[in-house]
Write a new protein. Structure first.
Length: 122
């Protein structure tokens, strides 16, 4: 299915419907206040390609990621820092696994360290 749907992230029933639609092959865009915040994509689709390890992101993609990271609400940053202080921060390998599982290309160690709390593996 090549249809794309847009739903509010604050609508629990809408999100559930979005998950159902993604399970049948649709791409679902989540929005908050008219701004895109995430996509729900089919698990095995071209909409979520899994890049090869070490694949380089083009400059436009990196610029877009930097912009989204810069626009994260202060509450999100504070919550991340609180959880890292209380439970410990994830390691780079944890972040790599999350990116791979999400089908997103790895932005690089420098990007992750710049925007997220990271525990150094000992």
């Amino acid at each position: 299915m090549s249809e794309a749907f847009e739903i509010s992230a604050d609508d629990a029933e809408g999100v559930a419907e979005g998950i159902r639609r993604a399970a049948t092959g649709s791409v679902v865009h989540l929005v908050r206040d008219g701004r895109p915040i995430a996509d729900i994509v089919p698990a095995n689709s071209a909409a979520a390609p899994v890049p090869s390890e070490g694949a380089e992101l083009d400059s436009a993609e990196m610029a877009a990621r930097e912009q989204r990271a810069a626009e994260r609400p202060a509450a999100c940053v504070a919550a991340s820092e609180y959880h890292a202080a209380r439970f410990g921060a994830p390691t780079l390998e944890h972040y790599r696994a999350v990116y791979a599982q999400a089908g997103a290309s790895w932005p690089g160690e420098a990007f992750v360290r710049r925007h997220y709390p990271v525990a150094d593996a000992s």
